[in-house]
Design a protein around this ligand. Structure first.
Ligand code: M6R
Length: 365
């Protein structure tokens, strides 16, 4: 049932404050402002020295974001791979490791094969899954559910942000047990996580601003999506969403990679979408924006206007975002990224919920 929405995807985007809030409540002791993991997740993060993260598509990008969190908040080395590469590369499973699998459906063939590979190698596994009765949920040693509810649209939206909420809670927990985070810092981070649903609602209220930008994108054939730090995997996710729904060619790049090749593409015809929150790498992103501007590039900035005006680029802000704690940027900035792909495809008359050639669950390799 699509309710009042014209597509499942629109409904699922708008459900995010609710389902992400529900997911957070499953991992956080709200009264004490600390992470409290459910019984299904029984791992001592202080007893491991290596985390291997595996997934496909959007689930892989959630893992790529989690790499930054586990490394920065918990000092835990993370390797991340797409499942189709991991399973055939057969990487050595040495040391005291944990394998983390991320999957909405829990039935993705390559992810399941990767899980079986790590099980055979004797590693414990933890699956972040949405379908709790799925094969991956059943076969993994431990399960961390996302409480997104059924996701019908082929494009992953609410499953993605729920995955991020679980992964951030796990990273904060790991940071505490590994002695990296102080009690004050944990409270600050949990406070930022708990504040996510309200901020999502605030951003959703400005949907029409995103629609205006989307209408411009319908006339283009190529898009570059840039970000740094946590916003780099989100740029990759933005490019994936745009191409799978609108069939516009989109590429995501780490903003710092621009001058190593893709800057050659820049002219006034190619929209360059830059995810630029005020975070620890904001100044660096700003210099990349200036490089694009100097070459006549058509910049579409998704960012915090007060930060942008301090550095003289407020005029470039196409999608204005509220101030956000840097650690939860991917959860909040996912909304305009999803809406941009949705509205572009919708205005172009594409089949948003069932894009050509795609299946919701890829159970064959
Ligand atoms: O069910 P899974 O999370 O394992 O699916 C992984 C990918 O197939 C999925 O995220 C795909 O990339 C989506 N179409 C992205 O919107």
């Amino acid at each position: 049932d699509k309710g009042n929405y014209s597509h499942f995807m629109a409904k699922e985007i708008h459900e995010q404050p609710e389902v992400v809030g529900r997911t957070i409540a499953h991992y956080v002791d709200l009264a004490n402002g600390v992470v409290a993991l459910p019984d299904t997740v029984n791992i001592d993060f202080a007893a491991i020295d290596r985390l291997v993260v595996v997934g496909c598509g959007t689930a892989f990008y959630a893992g790529a974001i989690a790499k930054y969190w586990f490394e920065q908040l918990a000092g835990l080395p993370v390797e991340i791979d797409v499942a189709s590469e991991f399973r055939y590369r057969e990487p050595p499973l040495s040391g005291r490791g944990l394998a983390l699998f991320i999957s909405q459906s829990g039935e993705t063939a390559d992810t399941l094969a990767s899980l079986r590979y790590t099980q055979q190698g004797g590693w414990p596994s933890l699956a972040v899954v949405n379908v709790q009765t799925s094969t991956i949920a059943r076969e993994s040693t431990m399960m961390a559910p996302t409480l997104a509810g059924p996701e019908i649209g082929v494009a992953s939206t609410k499953a993605f942000t729920c995955q991020l909420a679980v992964l951030l809670a796990l990273a904060i927990h790991a940071g505490r047990v590994r002695g990296v985070l102080s009690a004050e810092r944990e409270q600050e981070l949990v406070g930022a996580l708990v504040g996510v649903p309200a901020l999502m609602n605030r951003v959703l209220a400005h949907e029409t601003d995103v629609e205006v930008v989307a209408r411009d994108l319908t006339h283009t054939t190529d898009v570059l999506y840039l970000g740094r730090g946590l916003s780099y995997p989100l740029a990759l996710e933005g490019a994936l969403k745009l191409k799978e729904l609108s069939y516009i060619h989109a590429e995501g790049y780490a903003a710092g990679e621009l001058k190593h090749g893709p800057i050659a593409l820049i002219d006034e015809t190619i929209p360059v979408i830059v995810i630029a929150p005020r975070d620890g790498v904001f100044e660096k992103t700003v210099s990349n924006i200036q490089e694009v501007a100097a070459r006549g590039g058509n910049i579409i900035l998704i960012g915090d206007r007060s930060a942008a005006s301090e550095v003289g680029i407020a005029g470039e802000t196409a999608i204005e975002m509220p101030p956000v704690h840097p650690v939860v940027v991917p959860l909040i900035y996912a909304i305009p990224v999803q809406l941009l792909a949705y509205h572009t495809a919708r205005v172009m008359g594409k089949d948003v919920d069932q894009p050509r050639n795609l299946a919701k669950s890829v159970t064959v390799e």
